[in-house]
Design a protein. Structure first.
Length: 219
């Protein structure tokens, strides 16, 4: 297979504008995932055994099955249950649900590192559970898990490429179309790969800057 530089540059012009779609989908999915994962963490902290058992089953299913299958389930199975979603909505919800499961597991593991004495002190001051979580626990928790959240965000961004299988027109879908139209799929796929790489490099750089800022504040 011969690499065609001219076709590659032309493919960049076709593929990279679709990166905005990937960014929008990833941002929405990640925000929903953080909210959903945090909500799951709060529910699990209540230690209601039947509820935690159901959550555990769901977590096992999500962690044990490919994201592609989960996207298919949201797009094809939900309409059978009377919930008809468009490709973008179904894709965003599938990715968000998948990511929320991993975020709640990240949060659960990091909760043990928070000094329980702070919670006891907050209770002694008469604070209720809502301000304890909102002002004491969650701010510390999110600072501790920031690197892991960035890693999860990169997974979400890459996951948006799978939405091409349910006809969402993003970078991968555009690359497939350009490659099929020109009988040369390699160059458009390289262009899409560079697009995803650029997005994740920028995200990682921004996260490192934010981490240094937190570190300087603690110092």
């Amino acid at each position: 297979m011969t690499f065609k530089p001219d076709f590659f540059l032309a493919s960049l012009g076709d593929v990279l504008p679709a990166a905005l779609i990937n960014l929008q989908l990833a941002l929405l999915a990640f925000l929903l995932a953080v909210a959903g994962g945090t909500a799951l963490t709060l529910v699990r902290a209540l230690k209601i055994r039947p509820v935690n058992w159901v959550i555990g089953v769901v977590i096992s299913f999500i962690r044990g099955t490919p994201l592609m299958i989960q996207i298919f389930l949201f797009f094809y199975a939900l309409p059978a249950a009377g919930i008809d979603l468009g490709p973008m909505t179904a894709g965003v919800l599938a990715i968000a649900f998948n990511s929320a499961v991993f975020i709640t597991e990240i949060q659960r593991g990091s909760l043990a590192a928070i000094d329980p004495g702070q919670i006891e002190a907050a209770i002694a001051l008469g604070l209720g559970s809502r301000p304890i979580w909102g002002r004491v626990v969650l701010p510390q928790l999110f600072r501790r898990i920031l690197p892991m959240l960035v890693s999860e965000a990169t997974v979400v961004i890459k996951g948006t490429a799978l939405l091409s299988i349910i006809t969402v027109v993003e970078m991968m879908r555009v690359a497939q179309r350009v490659g099929s139209a020109n009988f040369s799929p390699f160059e458009p796929m390289v262009a899409a790969a560079l697009g995803f790489l650029a997005i994740n490099l920028v995200l990682s750089a921004a996260a490192q800057r934010l981490e240094r800022r937190y570190a300087s504040q603690r110092a």
